[in-house]
Structure formats: C-alpha cells, structure tokens
Design a protein around this ligand. Structure first.
Ligand code: KG4
Ligand code: ZN
Length: 346
C-alpha cells in the first residue's frame, strides 16, 4: 500500500495505490484560482497552499480508500525537479508521516513519474521515445528501461505549456492557457466544432523545425504572436481573430513537436513512443502523434488524460516500482529542485 505525494508546482496531489497499479483513492487540488491573477505560478503562495492542504487531503484520501493510516507501507514523494518551497512542503510532510508510521519514505523524480504514467495506458516496450511536455519542461527522452534515461533534446527557452500560458494571456484567455487555447483553436481548425473561422487561422513560424537537432525553442513563436498583435494595436481582437491566433499558434507548436519526436524515434530505433505531461492532455497533439506513430509503424502510449497534469498516482506508481526494485532512501532525504534524469541507476 503506497501513498504518493506530489507538490512540485501548483497542484497538490495525493493518491493511495495497492500493488503499484490499483488506485484506491486519488485527489488533486489545483491552485488555478490563486495564481490566475498573476498569469503564472507564484512560488511562495504555492508552497503555503500545499502546506495548508496536505493534512486534510491525506485524511480524505485514506477515508475514501477505506483504509486506516497504519496500513500504509511506503510514502513516495516528489523530490525534484520543481519549485524549492513547494518540494519542501511535500518532502517534509512525507518524511514526518513516514517517520510517525514507522515506514520508509522514498523520493522520486517528477519527470520520471510523468513518463512512468504512460504505463497506465499499456505495456511499454524498450527502447521507448518519450516526449514530456508540461508547464516547466519540454524534453525528448530515450527510455532504455525504467531507471535508465538519455536526454536527446530539450527546449532552449520556454517550455511548451509556458508558451501556451503566455500566448493565452496575450490574447485575453484565462490561466492556465493550455485548455483555453485548445478550445479556441478547435473552433477554427479541423477538429470537432471546426469551421467557425473562415480564414482558417493565422500562420506563424515553426521555430527550429529545420535545425537538424532535437532541441526546441518557443520564445520566438511567442514573440511572433506578440508582433502580430502589435499590428492590430488599438483594436481589440474579435472572436474570430482570437480563434485564428490560437489555431495558428497551436499548429506551429504541434508541427514542430511532431517532426522532432518522429525524427528522434526513428534515429533511436524506438519500439514505441510515450507522451506525458500537462500539455499531453491536448487532443490535437495526441491525435497527430498517434497518426505519426502509426506512419512509422510503432505504438504511441499517451498518459491517461486525468494523469497528464501533476498528480499523486504517478508518484505512488513509480515509488512502488522503485521500492520493489530495491531502491531505498534514508531520513536524510532532501529536495533537489534541479534534479535531472539519470542515465542508469545502481
Ligand atoms: O504537468 P503540469 O501539470 O505541470 C508541470 O509540471 O509543469 O502541466 C501544466 C501545463 C500548463 O502550462 C497548462 O497550460 C498545460 O499544461 N496544459 C495544456 C492543456 N492542458 C494543460 N496545454 C495544451 N493543451 C491542453 N489541453
Ligand atoms: Zn509536471
């Protein structure tokens, strides 16, 4: 019986798993309304909110699972990467709880947990090529086996989710921007509810798409949106124009992600592709990657939508695998805000 605790950014996630896969109870408290006025996450506000919520969320989680606290056998917690204060809230809580219960505490890597959440969608064959797209990360990772990773490419500036959030704020859409931009893009493009905008959207550049390497850059795209908006200075965008910008931005993002992910999978001779992180909730991205994977004859496993954004289930699931694989931490477990994925684990 493993308890998973996730507090690396602005979601407080707690989950109880049995045998590493049976989800007994899971809860996520989003802080969207707290950070919305700032159009981005305010670290101190986020840490304090985790501190406020963890105790009551644990009580609810245990009650809903129909178990009692002493039945918990392991406490797994995200130790990095993430915001230092947020990680401290979660790791301190986890250590205190584990100490009180007389069980082990195990720190896990947040990115590894995102990638591992793809297991919830099907059996992963190695080597697997993972695209991790979230508010803080945009990574292409070769997964040779669980615990053995090679970073193939990453963003040089903004993460994809961050670019979604910033562009949303520029065109007057609410935070977090991803779901809002996706909804507006759908009204314009070829997705469900299409055809609302006759123009078919605005065309933006595809940054680094011809660079030959596997890195990304999204700040130039953000600037291109800004320049387009400046050309319309003094005149608020009408609904069709908002749809058009959202669609044009999303098309540019997806095209670059698709091109580089397929290139990486082919270069590495991957046996499947994985898609994880908050932006993996995006239906157009899932569909286009699915088509791309089919085109090169391999499977794509997307993290289930409800476990794409930060959650405790992925932490508990990975904690179980690591613990049963012999990985241990002691009471000196510390946070690691800049934690990297490791090439191989002892
Ligand atoms: O993984 P996550 O919860 O947090 C980090 O670890 O960063 O990802 C949050 C990010 C936000 O930037 C949000 O705008 C984005 O995921 N996001 C989306 C969608 N849903 C959430 N981006 C694009 N389309 C979506 N449907
Ligand atoms: Zn995350």
């Amino acid at each position: 019986m493993v308890l998973g605790i996730e507090t690396s950014c602005d979601e407080t996630g707690i989950a109880l798993l049995e045998d590493g896969e049976r989800i007994l109870s899971a809860g996520v408290a989003s802080q969207e309304s707290i950070h919305a006025p700032y159009a981005g996450v305010v670290p101190e506000l986020a840490s304090r909110q985790h501190l406020r919520l963890l105790g009551q969320m644990l009580q609810t989680c245990v009650r809903e699972a129909g178990v009692s606290l002493p039945q918990i056998e392991l406490v797994a917690v995200t130790r990095g990467p993430g915001l230092a204060g947020c990680l401290l809230s979660g790791v301190s809580f986890a250590k205190g709880l584990a100490y009180g219960l007389g069980v082990s505490v195990l720190g896990v890597n947040h990115i590894e947990a995102h990638i591992y959440s793809c297991c919830l969608a099907g059996d992963v064959e190695f080597p697997a090529l993972a695209l991790v797209v979230s508010g803080g990360h945009t990574l292409l990772v070769l997964v040779r086996g669980w615990g053995c990773y090679e970073l193939l490419g990453q963003t040089r500036d903004d993460a994809v989710g961050e670019a979604y959030d910033k562009v949303a704020s520029m065109i007057g859409l609410p935070f977090p921007g991803g779901p809002a931009v996706e909804a507006r893009a759908m009204r314009c493009g070829s997705g469900p509810g299409a055809g609302r905008t006759a123009s078919g959207g605005v065309s933006f550049p595809r940054p680094l798409s011809t660079s030959g390497d596997l890195n990304f850059s999204f700040s130039g795209l953000k600037t291109a949106v800004l320049y387009w908006l400046k050309k319309h200075a003094g005149k608020p965008l009408n609904e069709d124009e908002v749809d058009g910008v959202a669609h044009g931005f999303q098309e540019a993002v997806i095209e670059v992600l698709l091109k580089k992910t397929l290139r990486a999978a082919q270069r590495a001779d991957a046996r499947c592709m994985l898609l994880a992180g908050g932006v993996a909730r995006n239906e157009s991205l899932r569909r286009r990657l699915q088509e791309g994977a089919r085109g090169i004859g391999i499977a794509l496993h997307c993290a289930p939508k409800e476990y794409c954004t930060d959650n405790g289930v992925m932490v508990a699931a990975l904690g179980y695998r690591k613990y049963t694989g012999g990985v241990r931490d002691d009471w000196s477990l510390d946070i690691a805000p800049g934690l990297k994925l490791v090439k191989s684990e002892a």
